[in-house]
Design a binder for this molecule. Structure first.
Ligand code: CTP
Length: 399
């Protein structure tokens, strides 16, 4: 596959070297088209050596080969990483002052932009309008990650992890459409922890892999994603805004806040049903006699609460589709159907769990139960395939 890697002039240009390697090492032919400003950060020899192809920035090199038209025309994918505010503005307005902007105008293949800039620039109305224009025209503009920026600033504007940008690009190359464009989705992932004392907690084995796969695939399908992560040690999926929580109370607060303006909520997190009735302020010490029993109290059921709020039309609860997960060790389908009805959700993804099933493994198999519809069997495969099957069912429900 022929990939054009556009690089514009931001400090994150150095991360595009890693993205380039991921493409070349997986057998893609990559033509790097940096802007003149990008070359101030990473020089031409680096791009040429890593890609094995000539590198040009303007339209006046090798004119007999008509590169300003040919590079875009023959590409299977154009990805611009980092995409600066300036580059996004030029692309949105169809300017064609250099080789990269010419390439963007002549490309008929999918185009992915991975913006990186300071928060103020990303949030400026001019940039917002340019991003909206590019998205309307069918480009995938990945929301930048939140974190440390150049200098002391922190906020949205970081280039996502190159591995995560690469994963999105691979999906686009495989022809997945942007069928969730314009949809705001909330995904919870991981497992909640309930503190016993400052050092101990009651938790569960959820790794967050399935929830992260849901967030990643939704972003790659064009959705605006908020990922609420409970105790997950995985890299942030590109394009998702990550909110970190620990306990069920924190998860509930974050989910209810985010679901106020969401179209879809997917509760993939393994939520503790109970928490210790009392949290000790100091570490519980060993004593000579029998240990004190731990008294538990019930946690709120967030999924049931979402369903209930929607049924009662509570203001600030907008989700059109609510998706639950159920981990069952026996009577999988019967328990699942009962749970779907009890929790008032539209879809319930049922997993069979046990010692070696589902937790922490890259693969999963599931049955998606549909309120008022036929169940959908998802054969064992990568958790991203299960995620895609869930989004297919969500997309069908939305339309
Ligand atoms: N869930 C939730 N809040 C809870 C418990 C669970 O929102 N306090 C959500 C999970 O995120 C999941 C779904 O509910 O989407 C199913 O959770 P599960 O624990 O399997 O369901 P329970 O109702 O607790 O049923 P049981 O423990 O009897 O299997």
């Amino acid at each position: 596959m022929k990939v054009v890697l556009g690089v514009s002039g931001g400090i994150a240009a150095y991360k595009a070297c890693e993205l380039l390697r991921l493409f070349t090492e997986s057998g893609h032919q990559v033509r790097v088209v940096p802007t003149r400003e990008a070359l101030r950060f990473v020089g031409e020899p680096t791009w040429a050596a890593l890609s094995g192809n000539p590198v040009a920035t303007d339209v006046w090199d090798d004119v007999h080969e008509v590169p300003h038209v040919r590079i875009g025309q023959t590409a299977d994918l154009v990805v611009v990483a980092p995409a600066t505010a300036d580059l996004l503005a030029k692309a949105a307005h169809g300017l064609a002052g250099d080789l990269l902007t010419n390439t963007l105008l002549t490309a008929r293949c999918p185009v992915v932009f991975a913006p990186a800039m300071h928060t103020e620039m990303w949030q400026h109305p001019a940039t917002r309008a340019n991003v909206a224009t590019l998205r309307e025209r069918g480009s995938l503009v990945i929301d930048p990650a939140v974190g440390r920026l150049t200098g002391a600033d922190t906020g949205p504007g970081r280039l996502p992890d190159p591995t995560e940008i690469f994963r999105i690009c691979l999906r686009v190359l495989r022809g997945r459409s942007l069928d969730l464009a314009g949809q705001k989705v909330v995904v919870s992932a991981g497992g909640t922890r309930e503190a016993l004392d400052p050092v101990r907690f009651i938790g569960n084995r959820s790794s967050g892999l399935q929830g992260y796969a849901l967030a990643r695939t939704a972003a790659a399908r064009g959705a605006e994603v908020t990922l609420i992560a409970a105790n997950v040690a995985l890299p942030d999926p590109a394009g998702a805004t990550v909110v970190r929580v620990e306990s069920t109370a924190e998860l509930r607060e974050a989910v209810l806040a985010a679901s106020g303006h969401a179209d879809v909520v997917v509760m993939a997190a393994a939520v503790a049903d109970f928490r210790p009735a009392a949290r000790h302020d100091a570490k519980i010490k060993k004593t000579d006699g029998e240990p004190e029993p731990i008294h538990l109290t019930k946690n709120p059921d967030i999924l049931a609460e979402l369903g209930e709020r929607r049924r009662a039309a509570v203001p600030g609860t907008s989700p059109k589709v609510i998706v639950g997960f159920a981990a069952e060790t026996h009577d999988v389908l019967a328990n699942g159907q009962a749970k779907l009805a009890r929790k008032g959700c539209d879809l319930l993804v049922v997993n069979e769990v046990g010692e070696h099933l589902a937790f922490g493994t890259p693969d999963n198999a599931a049955t998606v139960l549909v309120a008022g519809g036929e169940p959908i069997e998802v054969p064992r495969g990568p958790k991203e395939d299960v995620a895609d099957a869930v989004w297919d069912a969500v997309a069908a429900r939305l339309s």
